[in-house]
Design a protein around this ligand. Structure first.
Ligand code: C2E
Ligand code: CA
Ligand code: CA
Length: 708
C-alpha cells in the first residue's frame, strides 16, 4: 500500500509539475504575443518616423497657406478684387509649384482664382452645385463644422489629380464663402508611393472624416498600427501594415511557433518522464543486483539486514535460520548444475510461504532465513513445521528424484538478542544443535542448551593464543586382532586439558580448530608427541600407530614436516598409519590423492576412518592407496538387530578382502558384537570392550599385562 502511494505520489507529482510547466509556457507565450505586438509597434514607429515626418512637413506648409489665405480673405471681405488676390498670390512665399491654384468663392461661387490665366475655367463655378460627390460632402462638412477640410485626391476640373484644402469663411458669424487651395496631389501621393514601394511597410493616409484617403490598398482594420500625424489640424492619420515578405512574425508564423513550442514542451515532458522512468528501471535493476540473489531471485543477505534494521525497535519478530541437510553431498556427487537447479526449485517452494508478514531470504549457499513479523510462538511453530514438511517428498530434476531435507534454528527479537549478528549466530547455533540430533527438524534457540554454544566460543577464544598446544595430550586406544585378541597397534587420540585437569574431547574442538585454521598446530603436535613418546614401545612390540589427520590439513608443507619428524625420531614408516575420515569436505581431491600416494610410497599406510558413514566412500577406495578401512561405530552399534546394517558390514568386509584391505571395527562394546565380527571375518577391532583410550603410561601397562 505504502509502495502504491509512493508510486502514485510520484505520478501525481509528475502531472503537477507538467501542469505547472504548461501553465508557465502559456503565460510566457501570452507575454510573447504582447511582446511581439509591442516590438512590432516600436519597430513600426521607428521605421515610419521618416514617412510621418515627411508627410507632416508637406501638410504643415500647406496648412499655413490655408490659414494665411483664410485670414487674408476674412480681412478683405467684400472688398476683394482680382488684383488684390494676384498681389497676395505673388507676394506669398507659401504659394509654390505644388499649389495648382487657390480660389475664393463668396457664397460658394468661385470669383477669384490665382494664378488667373491658368484657371479661367473655374471662375464662376458654383461649388454648391458641384456634381462631384466628394466635393458635395466636403462643402457640407466644411459649413457644418466651420473647420478646414482636406479632400482628395479628386479629379480636377482642369485635369489631373488634386488635393483640396478648403476653409469655410465666416464674417460677422455669417457664412461668407470658401477659400480653397488646390494642391497637386503628387505632393503627397509621390511621398506615400515612394515609401510603399521601397520600405517594409505599406502606408495609408486618411482623415477622420474620410474625405481624404490615399495609400496602399488594404483594409484599415488590418493595419498593424495607426499614427497621428502631428501638427496637422485635419486629424490626419497614417495606417501601416508590414509587407508580407518582411513580416516573419506574422500571425501565421506566430501560431506555428506556438504549436511548435508546445510540441517541444510536450516532448521535453515526455523525455523527462521517460528519463525518470528509465531511471526508475535502472535503480530497480541496481536494487535487484544489490538486494537480490542472482540464482534464486530471493532477496539476499543485504536485503535481510536492511529489513531487520527497518523493523527493529518497532516490531517483534521471529527469525528462522535454515540450512539444507547434506546439500554439499548432492553438489559434490551430482555437480553444481543439479545443485543450482535444486536450490532454485527449493526457493520456489519456500516462496509460497512469503506474505506481507513472512519474508524469505537466501543467506548464501544452501542457507535460508525466514522472518516472521508480529507472529506468535505457535504460529511460527506451525509455519516452520509446515515448511519443513515440504521436504517429505523428493524433488525432481530431469527425471531424477532428490531426497533432501532442511533444518532450522529459530530466535526471537528482541527476547534472544537485540543485535543482528547475535540473532543470526544464535539461530545458527540452534540450527546446528538440531542437526546434530536429527535432520529435517527445527528448534527454538530458547530451548537448546546454550552451554554448548558458550563452550564453543570459549574454546575458540582459547585457541586464539597459540600456546593452547601446550595443553594438548595424547591418549592411545589399543587396536586388537579379532582372531587371537592380540594388540597389534594403537590409535592416537588427542585431548585438550583444562586448568582443573579435566579433558575436553576432540569432538568438541577439532571442528573449531579446522574452521578457525588451527588444525595444523594440533596435527603437528600429535605427530611430534606420538613419535617422541612412543617410539620405544612401537619398535619393541612391533605396533602400528594410527594417527588421525584432518583432510583439510593435507598439503606438501605438512608432508615435509612428517618426513622431518620421522627422520628426527628415526621411526620406520611401516609403523605409521594415517587415518582420514572420508568426507565430502575434501577440496582439491587430486592433490590430496597425490600426497597420499606419495606417503604410501614412503611405506606409510592410509586408513579410511568412519567408513560407510559419509558419502562417496567407494569412490575413495579406487583413488586412494588404502591399507585399512575402519567401519564406523554406527554400524557396530546396530549389530544387535539391524539386518540391513549387518548386510552392509558384511559387504564392506567382503569388498575389502577382495581388495586386500584390512578391516577394523570401531567402538566395539559387547562380546555379541565381537562374536559377530569374528564370524564375518573382520580383521581387527577397537572399543571400550577391550580398552578405552588411555594416557601413554597406562597404555604401556596394558601392553605389558596383556598379550600382544
Ligand atoms: P575417531 O577417529 O573415529 O576416533 C574414535 C572415537 O571413538 C574416539 O573418540 C574414541 O574415544 C571413541 N571410541 C573408541 N571406542 C569406543 C567405544 O567402544 N564406545 C564409544 N562410545 N566410543 C569409543 P575421541 O577420542 O573423542 O575422538 C573423536 C574424534 O576426534 C576422532 O574420531 C577423530 O576423528 C578426532 N580426533 C581425535 N584425535 C585427533 C587428532 O589427533 N587429530 C585429528 N585431526 N583428529 C582427531
Ligand atoms: Ca580415527
Ligand atoms: Ca572413527
Amino acid at each position: 500500500m505504502v509502495q502504491l502511494i509512493k508510486k502514485m505520489n510520484q505520478t501525481v507529482l509528475f502531472v503537477i509539475i507538467s501542469c505547472i510547466l504548461i501553465f508557465i509556457w502559456w503565460m510566457t507565450i501570452d507575454k510573447f504575443d504582447n511582446y511581439i505586438i509591442e516590438s512590432k509597434n516600436i519597430l513600426f514607429q521607428s521605421e515610419s518616423e521618416n514617412a510621418v515626418k515627411h508627410i507632416a512637413e508637406v501638410f504643415d506648409g500647406k496648412m499655413k497657406l490655408s490659414k494665411s489665405l483664410k485670414a487674408f480673405v476674412e480681412l478683405q471681405g467684400d472688398g476683394l478684387t482680382q488684383e488684390i488676390v494676384d498681389q497676395y498670390g505673388n507676394s506669398s512665399q507659401l504659394v509654390d509649384e505644388n499649389v495648382v491654384n487657390f480660389n475664393i468663392a463668396p457664397d460658394g461661387i468661385i470669383e477669384f482664382a490665382y494664378p488667373k490665366e491658368e484657371n479661367e475655367m473655374v471662375i464662376g463655378h458654383n461649388l454648391i452645385m458641384d456634381e462631384r460627390d466628394i466635393v458635395q460632402k466636403d462643402i457640407l462638412h466644411a459649413i457644418e463644422t466651420g473647420k478646414s477640410i482636406i479632400t482628395g485626391p479628386v479629379d480636377l476640373i482642369k485635369g489631373g489629380k488634386g488635393i483640396i484644402i478648403r476653409d469655410p469663411i465666416f464674417i460677422d458669424n455669417e457664412f461668407w464663402g470658401f477659400a480653397t487651395i488646390v494642391l497637386d496631389a503628387k505632393v503627397i501621393t509621390d511621398v506615400i508611393d515612394n515609401y510603399n514601394e521601397l520600405g517594409q511597410y505599406q502606408y495609408f493616409i486618411s482623415s477622420e472624416d474620410n474625405l481624404f484617403n490615399y495609400g496602399a490598398y488594404f483594409n484599415k482594420e488590418e493595419s498593424d498600427i495607426i499614427l497621428k500625424i502631428p501638427n496637422v489640424v485635419l486629424d490626419l492619420k497614417i495606417s501601416g501594415k508590414i509587407n508580407d515578405e518582411f513580416n516573419f512574425l506574422n500571425e501565421k508564423n506566430i501560431r506555428y511557433f506556438k504549436y511548435f513550442s508546445f510540441f517541444v514542451l510536450l516532448l521535453l515532458i515526455y523525455i523527462s518522464f521517460d528519463l525518470t522512468h528509465t531511471n526508475k528501471l535502472l535503480s530497480k535493476r541496481v536494487d535487484s543486483m544489490i538486494y537480490f540473489d542472482k540464482l534464486t531471485s530471493l532477496p539476499n543477505r543485504r536485503s535481510l539486514e536492511k529489513r531487520m534494521n527497518e523493523i527493529m525497535g518497532s516490531n517483534t519478530f521471529y527469525l528462522a535460520f535454515a540450512d539444507l541437510d547434506d546439500f554439499k553431498y548432492i553438489n559434490d556427487t551430482q555437480g553444481h548444475t543439479i545443485g543450482d537447479h535444486l536450490l532454485k526449485q527449493i526457493s520456489g517452494v519456500l516462496l509460497k510461504y512469503s506474505t506481507s508478514k513472512v519474508k524469505i531470504y537466501r543467506w548464501g549457499g544452501d542457507e535460508f532465513v525466514f522472518i516472521f513479523e508480529n507472529h506468535s510462538y505457535d504460529e511460527v511453530k506451525n509455519l516452520v513445521s509446515k515448511i519443513l514438511s515440504e521436504f517429505t517428498n523428493p524433488f525432481k530434476i530431469e527425471e531424477n528424484n532428490f531426497k533432501i531435507s532442511m533444518s532450522a534454528g529459530i530466535v526471537k527479537y528482541p527476547d534472544d538478542s537485540e543485535n543482528i549478528d547475535d540473532l543470526i549466530k544464535s539461530a545458527d547455533t540452534a540450527m546446528y544443535s538440531i542437526k546434530e540430533k536429527c535432520k529435517n527438524g527445527f528448534v527454538f534457540f530458547n530451548d537448546i542448551s546454550t552451554d554448548a554454544y558458550y563452550e564453543k566460543i570459549a574454546i575458540s577464544n582459547r585457541m586464539k593464543d597459540k600456546n593452547f598446544v601446550n595443553d594438548l595430550v595424547v591418549h592411545y586406544q589399543p587396536k586388537v586382532q579379532i582372531n587371537n585378541n592380540k594388540i597389534m597397534g594403537m590409535e592416537a587420540l588427542v585431548r585438550l586439558k583444562n586448568d582443573d585437569g579435566t579433558l575436553i574431547s576432540p569432538d568438541k574442538f577439532i571442528k573449531i580448530a579446522e574452521d578457525k585454521g588451527y588444525i595444523n598446530l594440533i596435527d603437528r603436535f600429535v605427530i611430534n608427541k606420538v613419535f617422541s613418546e612412543s617410539k620405544g614401545i612401537i619398535e619393541q612390540y612391533g605396533l602400528k600407530v594410527s594417527i588421525n589427520l584432518s583432510a583439510k590439513n593435507i598439503n606438501w608443507d605438512f608432508v615435509k614436516y612428517i618426513e622431518e619428524q620421522m627422520a628426527i625420531y628415526n621411526i620406520e614408516s611401516r609403523y605409521i598409519e594415517f587415518e582420514l575420515t572420508e568426507t565430502a569436505a575434501i577440496q582439491n581431491i587430486e592433490s590430496v590423492v597425490e600426497i597420499l600416494v606419495y606417503l604410501n610410497s614412503l611405506g606409510i599406510s592410509i586408513a579410511i576412518d568412519d567408513f560407510g558413514k559419509g558419502y562417496g566412500a567407494l569412490n575413495y577406495l579406487l583413488k586412494f592407496p588404502i591399507a585399512t578401512i575402519k567401519i564406523d561405530k554406527e554400524f557396530i552399534d546396530d549389530i544387535m538387530g539391524n539386518v540391513t546394517g549387518n548386510k552392509i558390514i558384511e559387504s564392506i568386509i567382503e569388498l575389502s578382502k577382495n581388495l586386500g584391505i584390512v578391516t577394523v571395527a570401531e567402538g566395539v562394546e559387547s562380546y555379541f558384537q565381537l562374536d559377530y565380527l569374528k564370524t564375518i571375518k573382520c580383521d581387527d577391532y577397537q572399543g571400550y570392550l577391550y580398552c578405552k583410550p588411555v594416557p601413554y603410561e597406562k597404555f604401556i601397562e596394558i601392553i605389558k599385562t596383556r598379550e600382544c
